[in-house]
Ligand binder design. Structure first.
Ligand code: FAD
Ligand code: SF4
Length: 328
């Protein structure tokens, strides 16, 4: 591991100052970052520990939603009674991630900003990785791609975004609160992560020194009827091969509005507005959900070794929609 300095600012202004220094990096729970320091993938000169800033509250908003501080632990968010009652998809997504020990350390901000698990990215012995070393190539293209993306990839990178939590947040229309050297702003989660295009090293809309201070879950008519389904190699402690978040607002048996998002198959948490459109105004039936799943994967571009993800994602979505729609 490279030597690094360490500071633990007591207030936000000091954290922003420390974070805007070149080669500084924020640390929250450390469950993602410490591994990458050990592997030599991340080499900050200084860690800026956010844990003294007190952003660990879950509070109602004036609009009737919930505000969640960036330092709230994944387990505290998952087991919060209001989250379980009003946003079950989020609770289920968090509990499907990692292990209880990791969830007790992992924070909301860290989960949003976790790096890909692409094996080539994490192995510094592999020289071709555009995400780690811009312009060096991509070892996954033409390599072993079982875990890689079938949606949102480019000729420069096909690494999947690994988070479960973010898939639920995209389906819930959550927004991220960011503060940085140039001020404060709010970014919808759906726009927070960016597809790789020609610059896989750029993963989010954050600029140097920006801190995630929290997220808001809006009050939505569809959130209460929602579900998360994850397919993986082991029952726990494994990243998604394919996962789906589904939510819907029903009037009788008719779908007034639906939300659909995928994990494990795309370069960013992937919302399918096309699938949502297909379901609007239709009765909630298995045949409809199968049609929506087909539409959602229409643009999929699998490679030799991950073709199975297309059918798997479709089945996972049908199951999530069936649970959300009460026909499972
Ligand atoms: C064995 C293992 C299995 C896992 N399985 C899953 C899984 O199945 N599903 C899943 O979703 N995740 C999984 N994870 C990932 C885990 O969820 C993340 O490591 C965790 O959420 C990161 O949170 P953290 O607080 O520890 O972040 P850290 O490790 O502290 O930081 C991660 C990144 O976020 C940045 N950061 C942290 N907080 C902020 C902030 N507030 N503002 C700006 N930047 C910030 C850091 O600089 C760093 O780049 C797994 C991890 C491990 C080790
Ligand atoms: S898929 Fe992306 S992260 Fe993986 S080796 Fe290629 S460029 Fe690197």
């Amino acid at each position: 591991m490279n030597p690094f300095g360490y500071v633990r600012p007591a207030h936000e202004a000091a954290a922003l100052d420390a974070g805007s220094e070149p080669d500084s990096q924020f640390i929250a729970g450390g469950t993602g970052l410490v591994d990458l320091l050990r592997l030599g993938v991340e080499k900050p000169a200084r860690l800026v520990d956010l844990n003294a800033l007190g952003w660990d509250k879950i509070e109602p908003t004036q609009e009737g939603g919930l505000y969640v501080g960036a330092l709230v632990k994944n387990s505290d968010l998952a087991w919060h009674p209001e989250v379980q009652r009003r946003y079950p998809v989020l609770s289920e997504a968090l509990l499907a991630g990692a292990s209880p020990q990791l969830r007790n350390m992992a924070s909301v901000g860290g989960n949003l900003l976790q790096r890909t698990r692409c094996g080539y990215f994490r192995d510094v012995g592999v020289t071709e990785c555009n995400k780690r070393t811009p312009g060096s190539g991509c070892a996954a293209l033409g390599g072993y791609v079982r875990m890689h993306a079938v949606l949102g990839g480019s000729e420069h990178c096909i690494a999947v975004h690994p988070s479960d939590m973010c898939v639920a947040l995209v389906a819930l229309d959550a927004v991220v609160h960011v503060r940085g050297p140039t001020g404060a702003r709010i970014v919808p989660v759906a726009e927070f992560h960016v597809a790789p295009g020609a610059h896989p090293e750029v993963e989010t809309v954050l600029a140097r020194g920006d801190i995630v201070v929290g997220i808001t879950l809006p009050p939505t008519p569809f959130a209460r009827r929602s579900a998360y389904v994850k397919a993986r190699d082991r029952a726990s402690y494994a990243f998604a091969l394919a996962s789906a978040a589904a939510a819907m607002h029903l009037e009788g048996a008719v779908i007034r509005e639906a939300r659909v998002a995928f994990g494990g198959i795309a370069t960013k948490p992937w919302r399918s507005k096309e699938a949502e459109y297909v379901m609007r105004g239709e009765p909630a039936t298995r045949a409809l959900f199968e049609r929506a799943a087909e539409v959602a994967l229409r643009e999929a571009r699998p490679r030799s070794g991950n073709e199975f993800k297309v059918a798997l994602a479709q089945r996972v979505l049908v199951r999530a929609l069936s649970r959300a729609g009460g026909i499972a």
